[in-house]
Design a protein. Sequence first.
Length: 228
Amino acid sequence: MAPPRLCCLCGKERAALRRPKTFEQVCRECFYLAFEEEVHATIVGSAMFKRDDRVAMGASGGKDSTVLAHVLTTLNARHDYGLDLFLLSIDEGIAGYRDDSLETVKRNEAFYKIPLKIVSYRELYGWTMDEIVAQVGTRNNCTFCGVFRRQALDRGAQLLCATKVATGHNADDLAETVLLNLLRGDIARLGRCAAPVTGSDGDLPRVKPFKYAYEKEIVLYAYFKKCV
């Protein structure tokens, strides 16, 4: 029987996975560190944050935002970014859709000890998404919701005096956006859609620490770390 394959980075521990991004066979601890330090390199390379930035992390309760909360909290402590982090979640008011994910976000608040603010469509607009659909019908309701959600994230962040909004958009998301804008012939958006920092000329820039992170690696990180 062949001996177990060792991690190609530390050479000590048994390899637990093959990284989709680099095809390296690594142990769990080396994978965690490599993933986190690659995110750190993205943050530093794009001058994403300044000390004392108040950063609203968009929290949907999904894997991307949960791993974002974990990694940014870890890197903030490890590299002394000096950031004031908090979670910002949007409640669209869609019955049976957001309830479970909001519970996940609340568990993240307790586990990572990061303040959480939940902002609802009713609070911001005076309507829930269900009430909007009842008035305008189901045609293009996803488009309406997407626009309202982006505005709600900005308005919620402004209410909490944030200086940056961090989202969990990853390399797969950005590739899809680039392709979509290419097919549409939207040159203006094509030029800025993949930037790690957007809106830097405005009051509330958006940042994407996971710009170079593969979705499969985010899934692996969440699975092995048992992120809440």
